[in-house]
Write a protein that binds this ligand. Structure first.
Ligand code: Z5A
Length: 211
């Protein structure tokens, strides 16, 4: 079986990092060699760009700059890490990818989705995740979970309405691409959420075995 590209998405505090561990465990139990990575980031240059994007040094960054930096980090990530891994048969498990650009820059900031699609086509060609787990929950609940941690980053400092637009943009993508994007009800207790995640991954593995 060839490697697959799986992503996790959702608003802040949705439980992506927590469930990433569950997905990783399941894939390894099934004998797969998995590269775990994240966006923005995943390479030395990408992690430097992440600092610029999430930190408060450039609070007034223009939205075009923000989008272009996200895609600059993504270009580096794809060329230096994701594609080489897929080429040697590794599975790639990534915490956020281009759906986050559609949700945060498109939905949250209100940027023209066609600009994002142009960058997606340029940077990625026909590379897309085969499976995306969308951890969905009410914004207030996600922010309350995220709020229990240290000081908020540049995105976490946005208003409630911003995250409501982000959530809606994610749900729109899931509606448009139901085969790829599977919604997980992340509002449930962790054991239930992990059971949903396991069911989606096992169904995907079953489908891959028959491809
Ligand atoms: N961004 C963008 O704008 N455009 C792009 O193209 C890309 C990204 C790629 C990266 O942050 C930021 O970049 C992001 C979007 C933007 N915005 N922000 N901020 P990130 O992805 O690295 O960080 P994050 O979204 O803030 O992740 P997070 O807050 O760590 O969320 P999470 O990973 O989904 O949650 P978690 O750490 O697993 O869980 C949060 C807490 O809830 C934790 O204490 C858990 O123990 C708890 N938890 C988790 N699940 C449960 C359940 N089921 N019940 C109760 N408690 C739970």
């Amino acid at each position: 079986m060839q490697g697959s590209f799986i992503t996790l998405e959702g608003i802040e505090g949705a439980g992506k990092s927590t469930c990433m561990a569950e997905v990783l465990k399941l894939l390894k139990e099934n004998g797969f060699d998995v590269l775990q990575t994240r966006e923005p980031g995943g390479t030395p240059l990408g992690e430097d760009l992440r600092q610029l994007l999430l930190g408060h040094k450039h609070t007034g960054m223009h939205e075009d700059t923000e989008l272009l930096l996200m895609f600059a980090a993504r270009a580096e990530h794809l060329q230096q890490k994701i594609l080489p891994a897929l080429c040697v048969g590794q599975w790639v498990l990534c915490d956020r990818f281009t759906d986050a650009s559609y949700a945060y820059q498109g939905g949250g900031r209100g940027m023209d989705m066609r600009r994002i699609a142009t960058l997606e086509a340029w940077v990625q060609g026909d590379i897309r995740p085969q499976l995306t787990l969308l951890m969905d929950l009410p914004v207030e609940q996600g922010l309350a979970r995220a709020g229990k941690r240290s000081s908020p980053d540049r995105f976490e400092s946005e208003a409630l309405a911003f995250f409501q637009r982000v959530r809606q943009a994610y749900l729109n993508i899931a509606e448009q691409e139901p085969e790829r994007v599977k919604i997980i009800d992340a509002s449930r207790p962790l054991t239930e959420v992990q059971a949903q995640v396991r069911a989606v991954i096992l169904a995907f593995l079953e489908q891959r075995r028959h491809d």
